[in-house]
Design a protein. Structure first.
Length: 141
């Protein structure tokens, strides 16, 4: 059965993630199968070499992972929040466009451990980074 997803509720919850919000990350769409987040590339995102700083790319990927891994919490299906247990990111190419787009898909989801893949591309379609996020769902205290 398809879940009823309230995008505004999800956006309101993650508005408290001020680091990602201040970086300009936006939650574009959420389904059970995928989460799409994006971020404009601004001068504040550039490193000393004039390309997008790795931390900016990771911040975008990490928020897509956070949204996807906490979808069951936000839908009221679980009580515990999922936190990042470990992450691995490979930077593949410098973005050429004006916006970055992160697409999260679930590789495995158990009761307490989950694994997500987040692909980051620019708005021209260039594959910029590939991240694996392992989540751990904490029991509510």
């Amino acid at each position: 059965m398809a879940m009823s997803i309230n995008l505004e509720h999800i956006r309101a919850f993650f508005a408290k993630d001020r680091f990602a919000t201040n970086a300009g990350v936006v939650i574009d769409s959420v389904t059970e199968e995928e989460v799409l987040c994006s971020m404009p590339i601004t001068p504040e995102h550039l490193n000393a070499g004039g390309t997008v700083q790795g931390g900016a790319i990771f911040t975008l990927a990490d928020l897509a992972f956070a949204v996807h891994s906490n979808l069951r919490l936000l839908l009221g299906e679980t009580a515990g929040i999922t936190v990042g247990q470990s992450n691995s990111i490979s930077y593949l190419a410098a973005p050429k466009g004006k916006r970055l787009i992160a697409r999260s898909t679930c590789l495995s989801r158990g009761r307490s451990v989950s694994v997500y893949r987040v692909e980051v591309r620019d708005d021209l379609g260039h594959f910029v980074a590939d991240m694996r996020g392992n989540g751990f769902t904490k029991k509510q205290d």
